[in-house]
Design a protein around this ligand. Structure first.
Ligand code: ACM
Ligand code: ZN
Length: 511
């Protein structure tokens, strides 16, 4: 079909199923139109499409939970979806069909808001499509977090994994333990340059920040309005030095400790022998559950050295008392105990693939980050898995030859390589494949201290991950993706996104 649908002052958005969720999708479209045109498209309930208007309906005939059918003619727009997220994704598609000036946050004189006639039927390949952000190594204020959630939503991803605690900073207010943020949210100074280079030089500047519970509630509501679920991560038993600086009695040695000022892995971790540790974590998690309504709580589990546990009489006593074989099984005991607590509150745990060591907790989901072996093993054990392997989706890695790039942690992960990733391991039998819930990109921020640099490292590689989340592997084509991205790049310019504009191809690939 030829022609355009043009939004006018008379255009309405008609919802055949009017409820809080469908209204979110309609309101989002209404705001989108209002920005550059200055007029508001009214949202109303109605059973029939109208000329000049957008009609949104839920349709049980659509199979996929997040799928949609979008029909645009010069007369009207019709969106059918199984559920509200599908309506919202159709609206994001309409947005992508709109002129890029729609992204301007002010009225554009004489703006003609037209979208080309077309029919689009789409559904995501994977139910879980996520992005992670580490706000511990560097802190990003609420506005930056919301902007990150905006980009997740624009690219039809549905999960934000918020890495809230680590050695270098505790970033979430916990009412029962005020020192977590009074002490744990701030470090004395920060390493300058790469952690692999000695002697270490520090900047001498105090650094820190945290989110109040009010700010967190506001961000959770904001994410919900964009159909993004937040998974909060509270790290344990390792990556806990900021908490131990605040409450040293929770360690094996008793401290004292400072919030860490370098990067890497720290030997001091929560003591697994003390009941206080579990009481503390259960109290913290109780407040976390109150703030985050999603099913999953991420409990970390990665990179926990066993050095202190090997020497700690209380940890050794626990190993004996519980009949555990070694410190690996003690870690497993730790995670299982936390899982039991969270399950009793109606939540599920997810952890990094180290939680396989010493035996998986019965209901745990696994994030496979050290390659794909952990994900494969977990799926074979009938556990849900998110694929997030370092060599394909760690966006803190260099995205082109490092020589002329700003400092990064290392690695080499060009856009083409990110795009090439297929999250479904060929090793899995067909009945095991259902445990691979999806894909996630991770942004660790040891070397990412500003919003501009965060943009630069994240985009467009995140967009490649989003497309992998939606598109069947056989339909993926990097040349086509690149051509589409280069055409839509102007949209990100208008949005003020400082995306990387360099070599997108894998110049090290053997072709
Ligand atoms: C991780 O990158 N340490 C999960
Ligand atoms: Zn101990």
């Amino acid at each position: 079909m030829n022609g355009d649908f043009v939004f006018t002052t008379k255009s309405r958005i008609i919802l055949s199923t009017f409820n809080d969720e469908t209204l979110l999708a309609a309101d989002f479209l209404s705001h989108l139109v209002a920005n550059p045109t200055g007029f508001k498209t009214k949202v109303a309930e109605g059973k029939k499409p109208e000329s000049g208007s957008v009609f949104m309906m839920l349709d049980t005939a659509i199979k996929d939970k997040e799928g949609y059918v979008l029909t645009i003619t010069p007369k009207k727009i019709i969106i059918k979806a199984k559920s509200a997220p599908g309506l919202f994704y159709a609206v994001q598609t309409i947005r992508q069909l709109m002129p890029v000036d729609v992204e301007k946050p002010f009225v554009v004189e004489g703006f003609r808001l037209a979208v080309p006639a077309c029919e689009i039927k789409d559904a995501p390949r994977f139910a879980y499509r996520g992005m992670h952000l580490d706000v511990c190594r560097h802190f990003f204020p609420p506005g930056d977090v919301k902007r990150y959630i905006d980009m997740i939503a624009l690219h039809k991803m549905n999960t934000f994994h918020w890495h809230l605690t680590d050695d270098q900073g505790w970033r979430i207010e916990i009412k029962k333990y005020p020192r977590l943020t009074e002490v744990g949210a701030f470090r004395k100074e920060t390493l300058v340059g790469h952690d692999g280079k000695q002697p270490f030089v520090y900047d001498g500047k105090p650094y820190g920040g945290f989110y109040t519970q009010d700010e967190i509630r506001d961000i959770v509501a904001y994410a919900k309005s964009k159909f993004v679920t937040i998974i909060p991560e509270i790290e344990m038993p390792g990556h806990a030095l900021a908490a131990l600086a605040a409450y040293p009695a929770l360690s094996c040695t008793g401290g004292p400790f400072d919030v860490y000022t370098r990067w890497g892995v720290v030997d001091d971790v929560y003591c697994a022998g003390k009941e206080e540790t579990f009481n503390f974590l259960e109290d913290v998690l109780t407040e976390v559950i109150g703030l985050f309504p999603g099913k999953y709580i991420h409990i970390g589990g990665d990179e926990c050295p066993k050095t202190r546990w090997e020497k700690c009489p209380l940890c050794q006593k626990r190993i004996k008392a519980e009949g555990l074989k070694d410190e690996q099984e003690l870690q497993s005991y730790f995670i299982r105990r936390i899982e039991k607590f969270l399950n009793s509150k109606g939540r599920k745990i997810i952890g990094w693939d180290e939680i396989l060591e010493g035996g998986l907790a019965p209901e745990a989901a696994v994030m496979s980050w050290r390659g794909t072996d952990g994900g494969i093993a977990a799926a074979q054990q009938k556990h849900d898995v998110i694929m997030t392997p370092g060599e394909y989706v760690y966006l803190d890695h260099y995205q082109c030859e490092p020589a002329d790039q700003p400092l990064a942690i290392g690695g080499y992960l060009p856009l083409e390589r990110v795009y090439s990733y297929n999250p479904m391991p060929s090793e899995l039998k067909s009945e095991e494949q259902k445990y691979i819930l999806g894909i996630q990109g991770n942004v660790w921020t040891e070397y990412i201290g500003t919003r501009d640099y965060l943009d630069y490292m994240t985009y467009p590689r995140m967009i490649a991950i989003a497309e992998t989340g939606w598109t069947q592997d056989r339909l993926k084509d990097f040349d086509d993706f690149l051509a589409r991205f280069e055409a839509s790049g102007k949209r990100y310019d208008v949005m003020g996104i400082n995306y990387f504009k360099g070599e997108y191809r894998d110049t090290r690939a053997v072709r």
